[in-house]
Design a protein around this ligand. Structure first.
Ligand SMILES: Cc1cc2nc3c(=O)[nH]c(=O)nc-3n(C[C@H](O)[C@H](O)[C@H](O)COP(=O)(O)OP(=O)(O)OC[C@H]3O[C@@H](n4cnc5c(N)ncnc54)[C@H](O)[C@@H]3O)c2cc1C
Length: 355
């Protein structure tokens, strides 16, 4: 094993995979504010079925055998070290930045599983559920609820003119008609000020003055890019206007030889998806191995995905997908994603048992 030090910041899909792929080759340290990895695509199923959620969260210490763990957030970074909220200063030869989105949940696995149970009780005890946001989180949650709890009334409010706007209009149209067929009330082009909400709010007003009554609500609007700490770092001038790091064709932060930015934080010109974050991780691990062997190595390059592709689950068996040959809704799309939501495959990829 090389004595080169690799610091990976962020223990999501990109960071966890890079750490796993490199831990036998170098001294790797993973920095993450939570003690566990969570399969991000499965969150909504975990809320309707907390037992399912047990498989989707597992401690970093359970799949990492050699890497060192620092359970804290990165606060800043210089050209030679990362400083964390726990007061650690972590020197590096190679730095991998993978803080895709900010994390606001609990730090322990036990607390995270409790969170699934609490959210599940909210649904079970409500007659009417309001979902704010019509991206993948809002749509998947609405679908999970209507499939598992068909007696609940679901209202979905989305500020945009179409649902799932990270994919094309055909996906949006098909999804809207599927949700309507399940009696979901979808309100487009209206927004609810989430800052005015509390846990006990039951009357909601949209910006057009429409009043909605619901027993509970879920906020499903896009999470913030995890770049606040980068503003305090030596790389802040490489942030673009969306808070993403500008990278070269080898996913290195522009102008840097030993600093990589991967996953959702990288400003690659493509949609932000976990399967792409995984590709970034594989390429970066391979490139860091090459650099460790020979600092003058020619690095492999990354080709961003030209045409957006993605799948959104609609409950346990159905889905909607944009694929190279077109868009599809129903069982075929469901087979791609909806049964296990990628949990078994992600677990296996990190060296854990499928089930
Ligand atoms: C409901 C839903 C469904 C999805 N479905 C799919 C799908 O079917 N297929 C697909 O490919 N993609 C899907 N995605 C997208 C996918 O989840 C993301 O693209 C992927 O998680 C990005 O991985 P990442 O590692 O870049 O970022 P993240 O998964 O966001 O991980 C970021 C990590 O950084 C950590 N972090 C943040 N700030 C700091 C800091 N200052 N210091 C240290 N650590 C920090 C966080 O704790 C987290 O662990 C879905 C997303 C959602 C929300």
């Amino acid at each position: 094993m090389s004595d080169k030090r690799v610091v990976v910041v962020g223990g999501g899909v990109a960071g966890a995979s890079t750490t796993k792929l490199l831990e036998d080759f170098a001294k790797v340290t993973l920095v993450d504010p939570k003690e566990y990895f969570e399969v991000p695509f499965s969150l909504l199923r975990s809320i309707v079925e907390p037992e399912f959620g047990e498989r989707t969260v597992f401690k970093h210490a359970d799949y990492l055998k050699k890497a060192e763990l620092v359970i804290a957030s990165a606060k800043s970074a210089t050209e030679t070290e990362v400083v964390t909220t726990s007061g650690d200063r972590l020197p590096y030869d190679y730095l991998v930045i993978a803080t895709g989105t900010t994390y606001e949940g609990p730090a322990t696995r036990t607390e995270r599983v409790k969170y699934f149970q609490t959210e599940n009780k909210k649904i079970k005890s409500a007659k009417t559920v309001l979902i704010i946001g019509g991206g993948p989180v809002g749509v998947e949650l609405a679908a999970e609820i209507v499939v598992d709890f068909p007696d609940k009334k679901v209202i979905l409010v989305h500020s945009g003119e179409r649902l799932l706007d990270f994919l094309g209009p055909k996906v949006s149209k098909k999804t809207l008609s599927w949700l309507k067929s399940k009696k979901v009330e979808v309100i487009l082009n209206e927004r609810i000020d989430i800052n005015s909400l509390t846990e006990s709010t039951t009357t909601y007003t949209t910006n057009t003055g429409r009043t909605i009554t619901a027993d509970t609500h879920f906020v499903a609007i896009g999470k913030k890019v995890g770049s606040a700490w980068i503003h305090e770092s030596a790389f802040k001038s490489s942030l673009d206007s969306n808070g993403r790091l500008k990278v070269d064709t080898s996913l290195r932060v522009e102008g840097r030889n030993n600093v990589f930015a991967i996953g959702d934080i990288a400003n690659t010109e493509e949609i932000k998806q976990g399967y792409l974050a995984l590709k970034h991780a594989q390429l970066t691990a391979e490139n860091i191995k090459k650099l460790i062997k020979n600092p003058d190595s020619k690095l492999s390059t990354y080709k961003p995905l030209a045409t957006p592709m993605g799948a959104v689950s609609l409950g346990r068996t159905l889905g909607v997908a944009q694929l190279p040959f077109g868009t599809t809704i129903g069982r075929l799309a469901g087979m791609i994603k909806s049964k296990d939501l990628g949990v078994g495959k992600t677990r296996q990829g990190l060296g854990m048992k499928f089930a």
